[in-house]
Unconditional design. Sequence first.
Length: 352
Amino acid sequence: MSEPPRQRPRSAIESLIVIAVVVAVGAAAFAYTAGWLSPNRLTPQRLVDAFSPPSGPALGHRRNHAKGICFTGMFESNGAGSELSRAFAFSKGSYPVVGRLNLGTPDADAADATVRVRGLGVQISAPDGQEWRMALINPPFFAVSNPDGFFALLQASASKDPNAMPELIKVHPEIADFDAWAKSAPWTGSYAEEQYNSLDAFIFTDASGASHPMRWSLLPAAQPVPVPVEELAKRGPNFLEEEIVQRIKSGPARWTMVVTVPNPGDQTADPSKAWPADRRKVEVGTLVVQTIEAEADGPCRDVNFDPTILPSGVAVSDDPFPAARSAAYRVSFDRRTAEAKDYPRTVAGASQ
Ligand code: HEM
């Protein structure tokens, strides 16, 4: 039997060339990922930098929705959602929640009556360790149709050029719709009177394996009472936190989770376009907020309400926002947790 032909051993120079090529390809991939080869590419870092006011970010705090307060509670599922998704949170039962009521501003000290967008972060936990995290806001649709548009909006908002915003609105006319909502929607005096909306569409998969896009909202049990914003300004810079602390002393605050089922053909990729109001709605459970804790020492402080942390039965759709948000929230989380000394806890050994 003849031996297979032997390969000529590599010379030292050839081996060095192979190593150099491997290192160069790795470095190029790293540089591409970091955005060094295309400085105009939108990276999560540039997106997060764009929130920063000229005076710099609020160190130790979230780079957006920087002002907020923690809560704990339960999600009480009525079981009706199991028709739509096999997600644990739709099986009838009670699941623990850590959350955060917040304001859509990079300024951790903003006066409450100066911030139009109010938000809600929720983390629902399953006994088997699965989690469903979401971050919802009170407008009925988002300000822009895609993440690049959001970056452009942040830049135009910070620009001294008076034409910056009118020029951007020509490309993103949906900003004018959002502006109209911001100017006309009633303000309320309580986080507990707001409706919070997912805006982004996600894919629900039911027990049979069939998948359908959905959006959802948390509808307040408390009756919203419109209050002129000038009136709210007189209640002090932190009236929302003060109000929710007082409110919970006399009993939990509640929201009904309502899932919206689109008609075939309804688009799912653009959260700046609400689905028509007549779409089927399914009440799937109740968010019950039982305790409120200051953020500095509270259980939400170091939670990243990344909307792509989803349980089995829920997945992202063709909506490009959740992936962009996930990457940006991660950058914000890494920065703020590295700056913990700038946002000291007030109680030694407070919850992490
Ligand atoms: C490309 C678009 C977006 C970007 C770049 C962005 C960016 C951010 C950042 C950097 C944070 C702070 C994250 C942290 O440090 O944990 C944040 C928080 C938040 N965002 Fe967004 N966001 C976007 C879109 C949205 C949308 C569409 C919604 C709602 C539907 C939303 C709702 C919220 C809420 C409620 C929070 C506060 C969550 C918490 O309490 O930790 N964002 N966002």
